[in-house]
Design a protein. Structure first.
Lengths: 476, 440, 600
């Protein structure tokens, strides 16, 4: 055969191969390929701790060749304090932990509630819910009481709505059943001699005559002596065997936290008329939670190990989405190594926090323009819709030209160190910022940028560009 | 969380009880809801928000007869361009502008907490009714912004220079109607609006950065069909247009006459007022100037000695400037804070001559946009402690301002979980003195 | 400067003029040490010395407080705090000085400042260095006491030696030094302690100690090695007056159970249940019920109820404010007095308000005949008294158990001091009185005691919390500083002022003036009772006697208590830089004049 025929033959074989692969690709769309290791670790840390993977941990993982390295990484993260921070952050949104209007927890109360949430990450979920529903005590020392204190309209109906929304992910157009609201009819607050301190207690004398006997949200009567606090019985009903609502609500919220979208959307509107996109999966996740003894880590572990969650990004695999406000700000900070300083003028003298990740902020009233621009919720309600992860032009402007981002680059310690060395900086730049090694093309482009002029300026430009890629600001 | 019963309750205007003098509760005539004005003149609002609560005795409601324990060293108010109207002696320039202004001396709401009072003044709703209502700025952003046909490159709701941070300006209207905060200091040599310029970067370098970013964003190229990726890229392109385009010109105070800049005052408040005028000229419908430092619990008169002359120069020059440019008729200027300050001075340590919070009686100033100048609405007692005639509640002010802007009270505002509420309900019982027809 | 000299002739007229000591740092030292203590506050520029209570410790003023100056020598722009004037005192602690708290005050020509607590210890002490870029200080051995100051944005770190199996008890004193800071919200420094291992892992943390806000924690390390103790305010606040002391050492043995007083009974509450005691009562009898639980450290939030035979609640009490316990913010122990409505069987019920219970939920209960008694407090604890003159004070009565009678106070250990108006009228909870001393009294600081049959008055100071509330905080001892004679002395000739509604009453006074102080004298009433106002309060220039009149409104009740008045005279003293004449003022307090009902 002459060369042109051989050439043609190669092309035909190649075409046939591509067709076959293409068909195969159609097949694999149903079972998308697993993401690579670097993507996995970045995704794991962002989704289950709200932070980029630490640089040393990332290098160690990429060098790890054990077959169960992914399972080990999942277990290590779920056992770390970073997970407790993430849990406290997610639940601070639901409990509306905010010093000022409208929650009015007051800084001491916000800090106490956040601390309780962080410590309670170790509790099984049924005990976590029971503690919140049956809470009593001082807002400043028993942070668990923050659940009730943050509800500004202090009426039984609103408390009932809050329990239904936060734990059962249910909201209704109608007022809650009077018998369910009666579970909260005796909640009372008394002040102390400390400014703005309140103690929550159960006062049967507050219950108006004619209040029906307390019942669960579905109408099941709760066996409670007259005038006694029905909330322990209500908590027992919520967490009792055979009750699926509590588990399905958390399973759905957790799925949404890890995948960007719940099996039921909106995540706080679980009802018969709004079925899940995959009922069997939701039931299976709920069963995992209950069977593990209400261990929410087991629930996360099940999702994080699944092929669905570990699928490659895009198409019908893992959904690409913009990072949430706090996560993105912390990613900018940890990638450059310069933390944010926070202030609050609510207490006197003013609060000044020299360095703290945004995900670890104990108070919704402590904020900055970046977080507001990127859609951090105002915690005026417990609705998931309050958080906005949608892109906007103002956000892009902020990443492209804001002084804040520029200062992070300027103050970065490792960039300064790299500027003084003469090695190829591409690996460290890509690993620290994008959490993966650079491709050959990227390495070449990096070398071109460095050849252009002064090394520090070039490094700053490269860091700036990487921080502004869509890859950096998305979970993928 | 809003439910059907909330809508019903809101329509019936349930209210929060607050301690009010009985005289104000009894015998108030029912106030009419503002009818939509077919030809409203006001198209923009410049809100000078005196954050912390300015003292009404030292500004617009002086009480020289009350003695030193109430007036301190500011016991000699001055005559103004309006016969019979006296204002604080530290505001001589504003005194010459009073014929353009309506002084609301009957302001009252009774709340002494910063965050609650700020919410009451800006959203005009009682706290704790189940919703976080938006402030007037966010309402204007919603009803006069992009969704209503605003085409400007500048955001429709701008804050100079940082947001208050203690309550959510946009309430349930959500993040899209949060104000854009410029950051920086307009009085500084190089005023850089956050997100418009980067200090110390040449144009060449900015453009080579842009190229570098395009080259390195392989991820975007690898997922061309993904909705999120496409939206992020589109926002980035639009951001470049904003940064490299003409929108920045409005922020460039260097284009103003130096003598005019001097008259506004070479300080943050003065230059912010000048910048606000430029933004309104460029078509921005709502500008808030957050002026800090008015929460003078301690050494009040020392602070007033610094801050009142700044306020005087800034607002007087703003009114004069707007008038000369023919903008005053279409621009409402609204000056005030979340409450006033206690008339009785605290001389002992640590206050050393301080004033506390006073939400029972205080003053606001309105001008422009169709306000009838030279009017005084409401009066306080001889010490400025209580309102004795014509109380002005937050609802009254909000209803008047929305009416002047031509916003119909039954305009529906969408709620995040579905459903909607009317912009303005009927006046809350016992907490309304009526729309400010006296100044229209 | 001249204006300040004028004030020197005047005892502090109001709190606005009184010297103010904001903080002292380090707030203490160990036996045998000489410690340089920074003091800061306001109106301390004229300070002449320092004073400390108790024996075994002496103090001297090393550097008089001055307002800081900038590079041009002008006063630095003030940052709106009350601690601009900074100086130094030296504490000399004897090797056998008794450990414990003392009160430090600065002495000035207008009287002593308010007290600030310094604590004498008996273990080695360390202070963090004052430079901003501090390295954490390594504590060589335990036990030890650490002194620190939380400035804005600060988190102090200390390195402690840890030995496997040896427990370390860590307790911080912040509220114990300064219980209320008037312009702080929350109203005090509330530190958070966090203990970390060498790898930075958090081992333990605490921001309170049960119900007390000053934190404490105990930790037993598993291995030898350094531990890092981090201290910061729980809300990340900081300021120069956020001072603290940390004691490190062996855990103290559990305090012995409090003795049970006569007539009281010790009980324990179980979860969800109540303690009850029945008794037979007759109509019209008054019973007193009291609980001591939180005061003894019990977590019980006690609620007392008195139930009738039919189970109806006759009387109940939950939290009873106790003005004599000003530093406690939650007065959880109830007290009540009830008159039985009918004959029959009654039950006293004690339960936990939150339905909890257990071994720790102990309480002491009293249920029986009322025991009228009274706690007495006198404020302020710092008084500047010109020789020959008077100074006002307030004596508070916290009555319990139905105590209603008049309380007569007298001085003890008071040298030549005289107490005027020391009678708290029946039913009143306080009285304004005055202390006076003869013109020949030598300068010095006295610590008089005010005693009555009901007990000894505790000297206290009114402290403000969070811009709003006032609490009385006890001081360990008073300081009455006898000052040089004042420029003016006004002595009433009226021993008791008889008032009739609608009529004026006249008070004749004798006047002594210093040379040059010949002008008109203006009398003013200080916080007069309702209905009482001044008439004709001007006494002519040069007069050595005079009178003023007081009117009781026609519709007012005749008040009890005392009339407190002061007299002011001014004179010219040269010319100010702007050409206007300089005026100096001298003020004198009159001794308290008891009020009585006059014959119509």
């Amino acid at each position: 055969m002459d060369s042109s025929t051989r050439h043609l033959g190669t092309v035909v074989i190649l075409l046939a191969f591509c067709l076959a692969v293409g068909l195969g690709a159609a097949e694999t769309e149903k079972n998308p390929a697993r993401c690579d290791d670097a993507t996995f670790l970045r995704r794991l840390h962002l989704d289950a701790s709200g932070c980029l993977p630490p640089y040393q941990a990332l290098k160690g993982f990429l060098a790890d060749r054990r077959p169960d390295r992914r399972e080990r990484a999942i277990d290590a993260l779920l056992a770390s304090p970073a997970y407790a921070d993430w849990w406290a952050w997610r639940w601070s949104d639901l409990l509306r932990v905010k010093a000022e209007f409208p929650s009015n927890l007051w800084p001491l109360g916000a800090v106490a509630t956040h601390r309780w949430l962080r410590q309670s990450a170790a509790l099984p979920y049924d005990r976590f819910v029971t503690a919140l529903v049956t809470a009593n005590g001082s807002g400043f020392s028993d942070g668990v009481v923050g659940f009730y204190r943050a509800i500004p309209e202090r009426t039984p109906g609103y408390y009932a709505d809050a329990v239904a929304l936060v734990f059962l992910a249910q909201r209704s157009d109608a007022a809650p059943a009077p018998a369910f609201a009666a579970c909260f009819a005796g909640l009372a607050f008394k002040p102390t001699g400390a400014w703005k301190e309140e103690i929550l207690w159960w006062n049967p004398a507050l219950i108006p005559a004619g209040t029906p006997a307390p019942a669960a949200p579905d109408g099941t009567p709760l066996a409670v002596a007259a005038g006694a606090d029905p909330r322990p019985a209500l908590a027992a009903w919520l967490t009792g065997p055979g009750r699926q609502d509590l588990a399905r609500a958390l399973a759905n919220r957790t799925w949404a936290w890890l995948n960007g979208r719940g099996l039921v959307e909106p995540v706080d509107d679980l009802r018969p008329g709004n079925p899940p996109s995959d009922p069997a999966l939701l039931d299976q996740l709920a069963a995992t939670l209950i069977d593990s003894g209400w261990d929410h880590r087991a629930l996360l572990r099940a999702i994080l190990r699944s092929a669905t969650w570990q699928a490659e990004a895009g198409n019908s695999g893992y959904a690409i989405r913009r990072l949430s406000a706090e996560v993105l700000l912390d990613a900018l900070s940890s990638a450059t190594g310069s933390a944010d300083r926070w202030t609050s003028q609510i207490p006197e003298p003013f609060t000044v926090i020299p360095a703290l990740p945004a995900v670890a902020l104990p108070d919704g009233s402590i904020s900055n323009t970046f977080l507001e621009t990127f859609g951090r919720p105002g915690r005026s309600s417990a609705l998931a819709a309050e958080r906005s992860d949608a892109p906007s032009v103002l956000q892009a402007q902020r990443l492209l030209t804001s002084e804040q981002v520029q200062q992070k680059i300027v103050r970065s310690g490792w960039l300064k160190r790299l500027a003084g060395e003469s090695t190829d900086p591409a690996d460290e730049l890509w690993l620290r910022i994008l959490c993966r090694p650079p491709t050959a093309a990227e390495r070449a482009r990096c070398a071109v940028a460095l050849a252009g002029g002064e090394r520090r300026a070039a490094l700053d430009d490269l860091a700036w560009a990487l921080l502004n890629t869509t890859e950096f600001s998305t979970a993928h | 969380m809003l439910t059907r019963r909330d809508l019903f309750r809101l329509a019936a205007a349930g209210t929060l009880a607050a301690a009010l003098p009985p005289a104000l509760l009894a015998g108030d005539p029912p106030a009419p809801v503002v009818p939509p004005r077919p030809a409203s003149r006001a198209r923009a609002v410049i809100q000078v928000w005196l954050w912390g609560g300015p003292s009404h005795l030292d500004t617009f409601d002086p009480k020289p007869g009350a003695g030193r324990d109430f007036c301190g060293p500011l016991g000699k108010p001055i005559a103004t361009s309006v016969d019979g109207l006296l204002i604080g002696q530290s505001l001589p320039l504003l005194a010459q502008q009073m014929h353009r202004c309506a002084v609301l001396r009957g302001m009252t709401h009774g709340s002494n907490g910063h965050e609650t009072a700020a919410y009451l003044m800006q959203a005009a709703r009682p706290a704790g009714d189940g919703l976080s209502w938006p402030g007037l700025g966010a309402v204007v952003s919603k009803l006069r912004g992009y969704e209503a046909g605003y085409r400007g490159l500048l955001p429709p709701y701008i804050t100079l220079t940082t947001p208050q941070g203690r309550f959510s300006e946009s309430g349930f209207l959500g993040g899209r109607h949060r104000p854009f905060a410029t950051g920086g200091d307009p009085a500084a040599e190089a005023f850089a609006v956050d997100g418009m310029t980067v200090q110390g970067l040449s144009d060449t370098r900015q453009s080579s950065r842009r190229q570098l970013l395009a080259d390195l964003d392989g991820f975007a190229a690898a997922h061309p069909a993904d909705a999120t990726v496409r939206e992020l890229r589109a926002c980035r392109e639009q951001a470049y247009e904003l940064i490299l385009g003409d929108a920045g010109a409005a922020y460039d105070l260097g284009r103003e006459d130096a003598a005019l800049r001097d008259r506004y005052g070479r300080h943050r408040l003065g230059q912010s007022c000048l910048l606000a005028r430029r933004l309104v000229e460029a078509g921005v419908p709502y500008v808030t100037i957050n002026a800090n430092g008015w929460d003078t619990h301690k050494r009040h008169f020392e602070a007033m000695g610094r801050m009142l002359p700044q306020l005087d120069a800034a607002v007087a020059t703003l009114l004069e400037d707007l008038a000369q440019r023919g903008l005053l008729d279409s621009t409402i200027v609204w000056v005030g804070g979340e409450f006033g300050r206690t008339p009785r001075i605290l001389w002992e340590p640590p206050w050393e001559g301080g004033r506390g919070h006073h939400g029972k009686a205080f003053s606001h100033l309105l001008a422009g946009g169709g306000v009838r100048g030279g009017t005084v609405v409401g009066a306080t007692d001889e010490r400025g402690e209580n309102v004795v005639t014509r109380p002005v509640f937050p609802w009254d002010l909000f209803a008047t301002l929305t009416g002047m802007l031509g916003l119909a009270p039954d305009t529906q505002l969408p709620l995040p979980q579905g459903g909607s509420v009317a912009l303005l309900g009927p006046p809350p019982a016992g907490r309304s003195g009526g729309v400010l027809t006296e100044i229209l | 400067m001249r204006a300040l000299v004028a004030l020197a002739w005047t005892a502090a007229l109001t709190a606005a003029d009184a010297p103010w000591l904001a903080y002292a740092y380090p707030a203490g030292g160990t036996q045998g040490a000489t410690v340089a203590v920074t003091v800061a506050g306001e109106r301390l520029i004229e300070a002449t010395g320092a004073h400390i209570t108790g024996s075994g410790v002496s103090v001297r003023l090393v550097t008089t407080p001055v307002a800081p100056l900038n590079a041009q020598g002008k006063p630095k722009k003030r940052n709106q705090t009350v601690m601009d004037e900074v100086g130094q005192v030296e504490l000399i602690i004897a090797p056998d000085a008794t450990p414990g708290p003392r009160s430090l005050r600065l002495l000035t020509p207008s009287g002593p400042s308010n007290p600030r607590t310094v604590i004498i210890g008996n273990v080695p002490e360390f202070s963090e260095e004052a430079t901003p870029a501090r390295k954490p200080l390594t504590v060589p051995a335990l036990p030890a006491t650490l002194n620190g100051q939380l400035l804005s944005g600060d988190a102090d770190r200390w390195i402690l030696p840890g030995k496997a199996g040896t427990p370390i008890a860590i307790a911080i004193a912040a509220r114990a030094l300064i219980p209320y800071i008037a312009d702080a919200v929350p109203g005090w420094c509330q530190p958070q302690l966090t203990l970390r291992d060498a790898a930075g892992r958090e081992l333990a943390s605490a921001d309170a100690d049960g119900f007390r806000q000053d934190a404490a924690l105990t930790w037993t390390p598993q291995a030898d090695g350094p531990l890092t103790l981090e201290v910061r305010d729980v809300l990340w606040r900081g300021r120069a007056d956020f001072t603290y002391r940390i004691t490190l050492g062996d855990p103290r043995p559990a305090a012995a159970a409090s003795p049970i007083a006569d007539g009281w009974e010790q009980v324990r509450i179980s979860a969800g249940s109540a303690w009850e005691r029945s008794f037979a009562g007759t109509a019209g009898t008054t019973v007193e019920l009291g609980v001591r639980a939180r005061r003894l450290g019990s977590p019980l939030d006690a609620r007392l109820e008195l139930l009738g035979a039919d189970g109806a609640v006759v009387a109940s009490a939950d939290d009873t404010t106790d003005r004599a316990d000003g530093t406690t913010t939650h007065h959880a122990d109830p007290e009540l007095l009830a008159t039985l409505p009918a004959d029959g069987t009654y039950r006293v019920r004690l339960s936990d308000l939150l339905g909890r219970g257990g071994d720790a939920f102990v309480a002491q209960v009293y249920a029986g005949a009322p025991r009228p008694r009274c706690d007495l407090l006198a404020a302020p604890s710092s008084l500047g008294l010109p020789a020959g003159g008077s100074v006002p004070l307030v004596i508070h009565a916290v009555r319990r158990g139905g105590h209603a009678g008049a309380i007569a106070l007298r001085l003890a250990d008071a040298g030549d001091l005289v107490l005027d108006g020391g009678l708290i009228p029946a039913g009143a909870d306080r009285v304004q009185a005055t202390l006076s001393c003869p013109a020949t009294a030598p300068p010095g600081v006295l610590a008089p005691r005010l005693v009555a049959d009901e007990g000894v008055a505790v000297w206290s100071d009114d402290n403000m919390q969070a811009f709003l509330w006032m609490q009385l905080v006890p001081a360990d001892a008073p300081a009455v500083q006898v000052l040089p004679p004042a420029a003016l002395r006004v002595q009433p000739r009226t021993a008791v002022l008889a008032l009739v509604p609608g009529r004026t009453a006249r008070i004749e006074v004798a006047i002594e003036r210093g040379p040059g102080w010949d002008g008109d004298i203006r009398i003013a009433l200080h916080q007069p009772p309702p209905g009482v106002s001044l008439r004709n309060g001007r006494i002519k220039a040069g007069a050595s006697e005079g009178r003023f009149e007081v009117l009781l409104a026609a519709d007012a009740a005749v008040p009890t208590g005392n009339l407190i008045a002061n007299a002011t005279v001014s004179r010219e003293d040269g010319v100010r830089p702007d050409g206007k004449p300089r005026r100096l003022q001298a003020t004198a307090w009159l001794p308290a004049i008891p009020l009585a009902r006059g014959a119509p």
